[in-house]
Design a protein around this ligand. Structure first.
Ligand code: R5P
Length: 299
């Protein structure tokens, strides 16, 4: 029986590519809000014993999560064999410790919540800093694919003589991976964050790389402050206008225009969060993770 995929909020082309790569039918879900704001759901397809995939990117998660969990439980109730989640962007990964007394470790609680409702989870480069692997917090089988191969491929096709720039020490490993795949040198910044929008970076001397085109790589762009500070340092050292390539374009208010105003020559993102900068497709990565997760015995 073919798997059944419901697009509850991912890029339409990504949804179609995934369905094609997984040889899945695309299902239809009718949903609306009751006048009191509660969610009405109705699945039109026979999902008895089928592997069902809910695809939903979890940027702006608070409005999406309740309908998503209700959808997963409804499918199970309707007899689905398994219900998996493809979340190209996975939310609530950054509060991964108690930074101040009284705070919650919401990454852990959110993981517990999703694990209780889904048989498996596939995502792209979640923000794993203090947790190093998904199974440290996710009880449900989870695969985090890396966007490095598709980023490197994009850079290879679009930037001549690139110099890759990583935002901080934690990014060194994956920036090194992209650089090796793209056959380019890389540098890593020292970064300090003093607040949501107060970021300071220091950049090593560009030296012999001075005339290469810098490609600022980051897993997430949110306020854009990290990238803006980096662009300013690069331009002050006389480098060509940088390209910015991000996995997840969260783009808080004003971030995109701030990057353009700072002097970025091009800004691209993976299609993990729907945005005008989407230029790098992650469907093959997510399809192969989903395929292997669907093959695991159901819990
Ligand atoms: C931090 O560890 C991440 O890798 C990004 O550098 C960070 O989330 C970017 O945030 P912003 O765009 O707000 O500077």
């Amino acid at each position: 029986m073919k798997p059944l995929l419901y697009n509850l909020g991912i890029d339409a082309a990504l949804g179609c590519n995934l369905a094609e790569l997984l040889d899945a039918d695309i299902g239809t879900l009718k949903t609306r809000q009751f006048p009191d704001g509660e969610t009405y759901l109705r699945f039109d397809d026979d999902c008895q014993q089928r592997s069902v995939i809910l695809a939903c990117s979890l940027d702006q998660p608070n409005d999406k999560v309740v309908p998503l969990l209700l959808a997963a439980d409804t499918l199970r109730d309707l007899g689905a064999g398994q219900v998996g989640l493809v979340a190209p962007y996975l939310a609530y990964m950054r509060q991964d410790m108690r930074f101040h007394p009284g705070e919650g470790i919401t990454a852990r609680y959110f993981a517990r919540l999703l694990s209780a409702h889904f048989d498996w989870l596939a995502t792209v480069d979640p923000h794993l800093h203090r947790f190093h692997a998904m199974d440290e917090i996710y009880r449900t089988p989870a695969i985090a694919v890396h966007a490095a191969p598709v980023l490197a491929e994009w850079i290879g096709r679009n930037v001549s003589d690139p110099l890759l720039i990583g935002p901080d020490e934690e990014s060194r490993q994956w920036v090194a991976d992209v650089a090796a795949r793209a056959g380019a040198p890389f540098l890593v910044l020292e970064k300090q964050r003093f607040g949501d929008r107060d970021v300071r970076v220091s950049l090593p001397e560009l030296g012999q790389h001075g005339q290469r085109v810098p490609v600022i790589l980051d897993d997430i762009v949110s306020s854009g402050r990290t990238a803006v500070a980096t662009i300013e340092h690069l331009l002050a050292q006389g480098s060509p206008a940088p390209v910015c390539a991000f996995v997840h374009g969260v783009f808080a208010d004003g971030a995109l225009s701030a990057l353009r105003a700072a002097g970025a020559s091009r800004i691209v993102t993976c299609n993990t969060i729907i945005h005008e900068t989407n230029a790098i497709d992650v469907s093959t990565l997510l399809a192969s993770a989903s395929r292997s997760l669907m093959a695991e015995p159901s819990r």
